[in-house]
Ligand binder design. Structure first.
Ligand code: 5GP
Ligand code: ZN
Length: 115
């Protein structure tokens, strides 16, 4: 989608520190990390948010949660101690980029409730 910063990252039109990529997703380091490990997992195709997911995306979502996130958590060394996966959604959810993304945060103790 034109003017979507995460589409541009997925298409390598703007640089990012990519830590994982396959046919369906890209994972890259967050520009403003909020934890020692902070990566974003995005679908390559533009999906605005969780609210825009359809049944056709079920395989993509399963892939992210059963393969990509567990692999990244292990590879980035946070699987054992624990980590957090966040999908900020909409205005009050704190979503600033309107292209679906899952934050993977770890390497420190997380607080609850989040701010
Ligand atoms: P949100 O606030 O939508 O949940 O998360 C968007 C995230 O994207 C933020 O944590 C922000 O730091 C990150 N971000 C925004 N623009 C860029 C960028 O151009 N490159 C990278 N690597 N991260 C970005
Ligand atoms: Zn996009």
């Amino acid at each position: 989608m034109a003017d979507c910063i995460f589409c541009k990252i997925a298409n390598k039109e703007i640089p990012s520190s990519i830590v994982y990529e396959d046919e369906q997703v890209v994972a890259f380091k967050d520009l403003e990390p909020q934890a020692p490990v902070h990566v974003l997992v995005i679908p390559k195709k533009h999906i605005e948010s969780i609210l825009a997911l359809t049944a056709e995306d079920a395989e993509l979502v399963a892939h992210v949660f059963t393969e990509v996130l567990p692999k990244l958590a292990r590879d980035l060394g946070v699987a054992e101690k624990g980590f957090r996966v966040v999908a900020n959604t909409g205005e009050e959810g704190g979503q600033s980029v309107k292209h679906l993304h899952f934050h993977l945060l770890g390497g420190r103790s997380m607080q609850w409730p989040p701010g």
